[in-house]
Write a protein that binds this ligand. Sequence first.
Ligand SMILES: Cc1cc2nc3c(=O)[nH]c(=O)nc-3n(C[C@H](O)[C@H](O)[C@H](O)COP(=O)(O)OP(=O)(O)OC[C@H]3O[C@@H](n4cnc5c(N)ncnc54)[C@H](O)[C@@H]3O)c2cc1C
Length: 262
Amino acid sequence: MAFCEPAEVMRVSRVTPSMLRVRLRAVGDWRWFVDGRGDERIDLAFPAPGETVADVSHFVDEHAGVHRSDPAPEWRHYTARKVHAAGAEIDIDFVLHEGGVASAWAERAEPGHVLGVFRGATASRAYYAPPADATWQLFVADATGLPGLARIVEELPPGARAQAIVEVPTEADRQHVESRGDVTWIWVVGPAGPASQLPSVVERLALPDGPGYAWVACEASISRRIRGLLRGVHAQPRDRHRTVGYWTAGASGHVEQPRGEG
Ligand SMILES: Cc1cc2nc3c(=O)[nH]c(=O)nc-3n(C[C@H](O)[C@H](O)[C@H](O)COP(=O)(O)OP(=O)(O)OC[C@H]3O[C@@H](n4cnc5c(N)ncnc54)[C@H](O)[C@@H]3O)c2cc1C
């Protein structure tokens, strides 16, 4: 099992005006995880500008301690929105936005283009981990968190009580998500990032009584504000929520998750 594996684009489809779905197919006999949890993270390496195939060997060499002088391909965090064909095929939903390497790649993606998929770990990585005694759940996301939120909601057990709050760029970016759970939705149309309306919606919520669990995935400063509201206004204990910064306004690429927090 190599550290970074190639996967080729099978097809590209538009989910909503601001979201493209790319189905990737493993090249070779490696497979993605089939037992991942809702917001499972998948890290993708992109081709150099003007090329259609990502140089996965760069990361494989690096992993093996071989120094290369050429720059490493750009890579970004995404979510395995759905896994098919026993891990051979993976859907990734890309939010389209200005000035992003990954976003621009998705807009030009065509069948046959090749990305790198980091598949070194022995288990899939996810942040969503509701305690067994949670009687209600709260999910809060901007468009980048929507793929994970949608998969979590789709995989809820029958009757699970949840509230989903999602901010999307336009009314047409709302999605219909199937669930066996008892889910109520609040859709907010607004700008992603620092002017997000998500904190004010969370502040005004009346959360149910009893032990619960909140999962938040959005721009980093907004996710921190929501974490403060969950702890302050809603008096939620620290082990009853997971807030994740999915991107940072004004910064490119990897978002360092604070250790021991969130
Ligand atoms: C665990 C995890 C899972 C994620 N899953 C998904 C997913 O399934 N789908 C998805 O689309 N994203 C997802 N993201 C977010 C994604 O990694 C970032 O949005 C990333 O910055 C996109 O890379 P880029 O190359 O397009 O933009 P970058 O080159 O990283 O950024 C360029 C500029 O665009 C800004 N920017 C980045 N993202 C956005 C945005 N969404 N809206 C407006 N401005 C933006 C940056 O602040 C920067 O100024 C996830 C992040 C994490 C941590």
